[in-house]
Write a protein that binds this ligand. Structure first.
Ligand SMILES: [Zn+2]
Length: 162
């Protein structure tokens, strides 16, 4: 069977998922049980989402390309994140001089109470200078940063949430 929280495939004789620990729920024909199951899945996912964050490091330059400001934006703080849904930050970012279009976005990732600095690669060659940043969580509990808008976007390499 497949875990309803993390999509991991495992033996249904086990009482819980060996990947994320969620209890084995068997699908029944009773709608009220399904609703209950769905709300348990959501709550269990939220525990992992609450303990997870990706903060994006953004740098602002003046016209002489001197660094003027540096800020971190937490891209994982949208209320009630559902899987396979796109969430966008309201304010666009501007990225001039894209070179070959491959960027490595500097990020700080917190997961399982550990924090690490890394970067996420994405090919933004098909986008204009101004675009929005967004977040998408897959059914396998991986996070991707989105670049663009709902009409046209690309996504970064995925990050495991668990
Ligand atoms: Zn699982």
């Amino acid at each position: 069977m497949r875990c309803r929280v993390c999509n991991h495939e495992y033996d249904e004789k086990l009482s819980s998922c060996p990947n994320c620990g969620f209890l084995t729920l068997r699908i029944t024909d009773f709608p009220e049980t399904q609703d209950f199951g769905a709300s348990m899945v959501r709550q269990y996912r939220q525990i992992f989402l609450d303990a997870f964050s990706i903060r994006i490091r953004l740098y602002g330059y003046d016209k002489n390309l001197t660094l003027k400001e540096e800020k971190e934006i937490d891209i994982t703080r949208f209320p009630e994140i559902e899987p396979e849904t796109n969430y966008w930050l309201e304010n666009p970012v501007c990225h001039k001089d894209k070179g070959d279009g491959l960027i490595r976005l500097p990020v700080v990732i917190t997961r399982n109470q550990e924090t690490m600095e890394t970067s996420l690669a994405a090919d933004i060659s098909g986008l204009g200078e101004n675009f929005h940043l967004g977040l998408r969580i897959s059914g396998e509990m991986q996070a991707c940063i989105l670049f663009g808008d709902e009409e046209l976007y690309v996504q970064s390499e995925p990050v495991d949430i668990m």
